[in-house]
Ligand binder design. Sequence first.
Ligand code: UD1
Length: 314
Amino acid sequence: MALYLITGVAGFIGSSLARGLLQRGEQVRGVDNFSTGKRENLNQILGQIDFRETDILDLDAMKLACTGVDYVLHQAAIPSVPKSVLDPIGSNRANVDGSVNALVAARDAKVKRVVYAASSSAYGDTPTLPKHERMSPDPISPYAVAKLASEYYLTSFYRCYGIETVSLRYFNIFGPRQDPSSPYSGVLAKFITMMLRGEQPTIFGDGEQSRDFTYIDNAVQANLLACKAPAAQVAGKVFNVATGRRATLNETFKLLQPLTSYSGAPAYAEERGGDIKHSLADISQAEQHLGYKPTVNFEEGLRQTVEWYRSSRV
Ligand code: UD1
């Protein structure tokens, strides 16, 4: 049994990782400052994890949190492109300074490995599809820059201090517990909850933008594999975590209609600033070096997510 520290454990992805680890009999410690995380995400698991209300910007608290830890899964962030466009300083503080703090604390505690929630936004709007890890990054939003800077810090910490690090570039992760309530929420959480309530969702732009929407179970799998894969294959490296398929927003809306029993049309509004048009991953590196293989496809992920929101009445 190993001890995992999850930063951002009360978030959608962090709390899903905690559940996945507990199911596998692992020990979980988690930190969160509830800036975007939610207490209710920890409802059924709070008694089974060592939870600490800690800000990743508090280095002393992070050093304590890393004591005795085998693996750090660093998920804490302000996860929003539009929010970063409005507040680049806040985005940088949480998404870069916070990562450096987590790395210093992990290094000093001599943890075995740090796995990081990096972002597909690092690729920017370059026309080449699918995106593969050897492409030059071309971030657009402050969020994308911050996530990429943290990736570089992870690789730097491996090179300078020898601490093993792995960055996972998440492609639009979705699933149960993703927060639908903020204007910055991920599009699927927003659309599903609105359509279940009979409300009309708004597509920004013409709806022909596409994403490699990735169900949460696939991201959990990738994190667990990234902890255990041989260092020679993964340390200091970056891997796409996605499905290798993409859907446009118009297609996605049509898939959601029968699942949510919403029969109306979507509204269309101005394209969103900082957005990219298309996103699709080449996942061959993760397949080869992590042994990653997506187990839940987009349609099945949508079904499970709609069911969860329906039964939890968010
Ligand atoms: C981006 C990153 C992703 C990151 C996430 C954090 C890319 C490809 N992906 O996701 O890795 O984790 O930010 O926030 O850069 N939309 C609507 N209506 C809405 C809401 C959104 O049409 O009500 C549209 C957006 O304009 C966008 C698409 O849906 O075109 C997806 O938006 P969103 O879910 O916010 O994610 P990304 O910005 O793609």
